[in-house]
Ligand binder design. Sequence first.
Ligand code: TYM
Length: 333
Amino acid sequence: MGKKIFSGVQPTGNLHLGNYLGAIKNFVDLNNNNENSCVFCVVDLHAITVNQDPKDLRNNIRETVATFLASGIDAKKSIIFNQSKVSAHSEAAWILSCIARMGWLNRMTQFKEKAGKDKEKASIGLYSYPVLMAADILLYDTTHVPVGDDQKQHLELCRDIAQKFNNDFEVKDFFKIPEPLIQKQFSRIMSLKDGSRKMSKSELSDLSRINLTDDKDQIINKIKKAKTDPLPMPSNLEELNKRAEARNLIGIYSSLSGLTLEKIIQEFSGKNFSEFKDNLSQVVVDKIAPISVEIKKLLNEKDYLDKILLEGSKKANDIASKKIKKIHELVGF
Ligand code: TYM
């Protein structure tokens, strides 16, 4: 039986290779299987949990759609829309925030990381953000959620919320309990400047990530400047696992080329990083540069992108409005 897929990406600019390998590449594979029904959401309500310039946000919403399409998602097969246009998301988030417990949210590590030292100044939205994410998923009777490793804990919270709602209102299977779809290997792509930190949109140095809008020369330059250790290329898996930067670069190579780690190690064992980096650049350029060109082309077709969002939001609304109506009935509204 086909899967019901839902996933979201924040329109906060700088979509990067981590977003691609951790999530978007899987969206494309899932979308290509005709048995699945897929919903891919540009989560603009999530984006405003931190300050956004309205003009940038508007552009970034379009850029996220352009990235979906340029990466190979087919808008005829999948629903692509932005979250703010389907009001059931905000409504369900409120109702589910009365189900979720403070203790559960207090355990969320991403809030702790994002709020940093000054928790008092973080928005309430940033704190309750995983509840909105649960609403997104549960409104569509989602069975599977493709995400990167950093979203695993939010998925577990979503399952807890769904279970508690089903128990509280004695409706055994009302909310489906969704399964995460996380890559077995390299579900967390690390910064090119520090193998212990996640590749991230918000990292100050642009050299830390490969943006999906980078051109060939930018990609080559960033890989050339990527941090490595002073040793030659590792000669076995055990050694690889102890060397964060080498592991990350070889992981990226493996994910994009489809070659196993063993095979890559065998080929480059004991060689200089520069030789490996030339090969890595080639693989990244082959995959990412055409996506970058296509994104830029699509960004000139604003009406087309807006039309996709509008049509997508109508279809999403058809599904979500039915579910929220049932939620209202169960709650007693
Ligand atoms: P966001 O916008 O931060 O990231 C989008 C997707 O990219 C993945 N990702 C990574 N994967 C591997 N390595 C990395 N360095 C890396 N950085 C990001 C993320 O895991 C994610 O899959 N809360 C979500 C968006 C969301 C959502 C949802 C996801 C909202 N509602 C419902 C699934 C279902 C987020 O902020 O992702």
